[in-house]
Design a protein around this ligand. Structure first.
Ligand code: CO8
Length: 258
């Protein structure tokens, strides 16, 4: 696929996807989402990649779904999946860790896209919100579901009902972002976190991701059982043997992703 709305590069074992529609604040249209899905699934299938970073520009991670593209859609257009909803679930199929590096606006679908990533590193300039109510619609890609889980029902209601925009400091206090850094350090911070993850055993990192995501989908008892079985499963890997032996021999591990 020839990408027109994203830039893709590989930095050692890290796959980087930059949303790139600067004139529209990286508004997420179908073409961009198709390209993003394609790039994500390619990185996921690439044995050399251990972690993926999604980022935007200084001004905007993404200011939401593209309002100019959506304005005329009918219920049938969007319900049948031809437009808008056809390609938003790709990111959930990615099994490798995905970091969102957010500067500027992450609004509506942009905030939802960031929340679909495994964690968010924010620049001090980052701004989060679900302002869809102002344009006569609701969040449609998980905003009403992931926000209450991430930042509490009270704050989710506040943001989604008033369309208030939350700054990076508030987002960190509320638990939406894992760290905040000065804007000019954002990519360095995201790359170094991604490089650390990519230096681990990939299958073990995938198991950690799967286990944490399970916490959102099941009861505590079932989740703990799932985690226990994952933990047991690590003992069937070469990387568990290598990791523990390396610790005992006081040397860095040489993981083989097997
Ligand atoms: N869609 C299309 N164009 C946009 C969008 C957008 N979401 N956001 C900004 N732009 C465009 C503007 O129209 C403008 O274009 P032009 O220069 O041609 O007039 C350009 O980007 C720059 O924007 P502004 O001039 O408005 O810049 P400001 O710095 O004044 O304001 C804001 C920046 C605050 C980000 C402002 O542009 C804004 O409020 N944007 C809209 C935010 C919004 O409402 N987002 C939610 C959209 S709805 C949504 O995301 C639903 C997701 C559902 C997904 C469902 C999947 C199944």
């Amino acid at each position: 696929m020839n990408y027109k709305n994203i830039l893709v590069e590989t930095r050692d074992k890290v796959g980087v996807i930059q949303l790139n529609r600067p004139k529209a604040m990286n508004a997420l249209n179908d073409q961009l989402m198709d390209e993003l899905g394609d790039a994500l699934l390619k990185f996921d299938a690439d044995e050399k990649i251990g972690c993926i970073v999604i980022t935007g520009s200084d001004k905007a991670f993404a200011a939401g779904a593209d309002i100019s593209a959506m304005a005329k859609y009918t219920y049938m257009d969007v319900y049948k999946g031809e437009y808008i909803s056809r390609n938003w679930e790709h990111i959930r199929r990615v099994r490798k860790p995905v970091i969102a590096a957010v500067a500027g606006y992450a609004l509506g679908g942009g905030c939802e896209l960031a929340m679909m990533c495994d964690f968010i590193i924010a620049a001090e300039t980052a701004k989060f919100g679900q302002p869809e109510i102002k344009i006569g619609t609701t969040p449609g890609a998980g905003g009403t579901q992931r926000l209450p889980r991430a930042i509490s029902k009270a704050k989710a209601m506040d943001l989604c009902l008033t369309a208030r925009i939350m700054d990076a400091a508030e987002a960190e206090r509320a638990g939406l972002v894992s760290r905040i850094v000065p804007a000019d350090k954002l990519l360095d911070e995201a790359f170094s976190a991604a490089a650390i993850i990519a230096s681990m055993s990939l299958p073990i990192a995938m198991m950690v991701k799967e286990s944490i995501n399970r916490a959102y989908e099941t009861t505590l008892t079932e989740g703990i059982l799932f985690e226990r079985r994952m933990f047991h499963g690590t003992f069937g890997t070469e990387d568990q043997k290598e990791g523990m032996e390396a610790f005992l021999e006081k040397r860095p591990p040489m993981f083989k992703n097997s």
